[in-house]
Design a protein around this ligand. Structure first.
Ligand SMILES: C[S@@+](CC[C@H](N)C(=O)[O-])C[C@H]1O[C@@H](n2cnc3c(N)ncnc32)[C@H](O)[C@@H]1O
Length: 175
């Protein structure tokens, strides 16, 4: 089972849309088996990944809500299917914003139970690109149910799956 809908093709799309600078420092929050870290490195980015339960030596143990990493130390933060699973989306957004340098980018694909733009704006991000990928999410969940795969996040209710490229607004300090 892929760790998120669309697998590598979806990660490539997310990275491609973000317009990252060559060699940019990128942090994958909830990096799981490290596929996106490996992909980012193969594309020439200085990538690292954190997960509560890393499933690859490419990924370090860490809590995406409290990384302990220095503020403003990344040009981009990527996260796929992990903020929702963490149980604290506003907390995950606050930590991502803290980790980003001025104008840094958040590359997100995740489940949302409400329109993501107001939530992101409130967290200090400007949405640069948004694409509703709910159809892909439905396919992913159905396939997981069909296979009896228990690693797929359990989500009940009407939700949407968004691909989002956001830019950190303002500078340090509270929003
Ligand atoms: C559905 S998996 C997605 C993994 C990976 N991003 C991918 O797309 O293949 C969600 C991941 O989020 C991680 N996770 C959940 N809460 C976390 C937290 N507070 N800190 C770090 N990782 C967390 C889980 O351990 C799991 O690996």
């Amino acid at each position: 089972m892929k760790g998120h809908p669309g697998g590598e093709a979806h990660s490539r799309r997310l990275i491609g849309l973000a317009g990252l600078r060559p060699g940019e420092r990128v942090l994958d929050l909830g990096a799981g088996a490290g596929e996106a870290v490996a992909l980012l490195r193969s594309l020439g980015y200085a990538a690292q990944g954190l997960d509560l339960e890393p499933r690859s030596p490419l990924v370090e143990t860490g809590d995406l809500l409290h990384t302990g990493l220095p503020s403003g130390s990344f040009g981009a933060v990527l996260s796929q299917c992990a903020f929702f699973v963490s149980g604290d989306v506003p907390g995950a957004l606050a930590e991502s914003r803290r980790l980003l340098e001025h104008g840094g980018r958040l590359l997100l694909s995740d489940v949302f139970f409400e329109p993501p733009e107001p939530l992101l704006r409130q967290a200090g991000f400007r949405v640069v690109y948004a694409e509703d990928m709910t159809a892909l999410w439905r396919e992913y969940v159905l396939e997981a149910l069909w296979r009896g795969d228990e690693t797929c996040p359990t989500v009940r209710g009407k939700c949407a799956y968004w691909l989002l490229i956001c830019e950190k607004e303002g500078n340090d300090g509270p929003v």
